[in-house]
Write a protein that binds this ligand. Sequence first.
Ligand code: IMP
Ligand code: MG
Length: 179
Amino acid sequence: MHPDCERILLTEEQITRRVKEVAAQLDKLYENRKPVVVCILKGSVVFFVDLIRNMQTPCELDFMAVSSYGAGTTSTGELIIKKDLAADIRGRDVLIVEDIIDSGNTLYHLKKMLNKREPASVNIVTLLDKPARRQMPLEPEYTCFEIEDEFVIGYGLDYAENYRNLPYVGILKRSVYEK
Ligand code: IMP
Ligand code: MG
């Protein structure tokens, strides 16, 4: 285990098993359709890759980078689009792949923005959800794991751009961000 990790919350095995289950549910949902599967950079990249590799459904892949602060390129009020989709999603089924939902701010505004482009549908699949932290009315259609209000790292998730490549999800030691 990484020395900055308090404890492992989800092991590689637990994640692999759950990702397969959710991929099978998504295959059922998108039967005979071809969704645009959207990776929200950068945190979702590891989950996204594992998820699509376990899906049988033919799908198109696309990437977006957004933030609710900082110097971006296109601002849509509450959301800064640092990188927009390449695909035209009008009339398409869109599946947003997110790493973690906390306040719900990011996805609430992102979903609203994408809906203006008149897709056939927008669904959200998230690896982790911290429902206790929610500030905006946002419910993901698919959640792999609900977790307590702890700061987690690994499997794509970072603290100050570190730890994304850990193969498990761990709780970060408080001493790392309180020093
Ligand atoms: P929201 O808009 O508050 O839902 O923010 C969600 C985003 O905050 C995620 O996509 C992550 O980038 C970040 N985030 C929230 N909680 C954690 C955490 O425990 N570890 C790492 N990143 C987190
Ligand atoms: Mg994120």
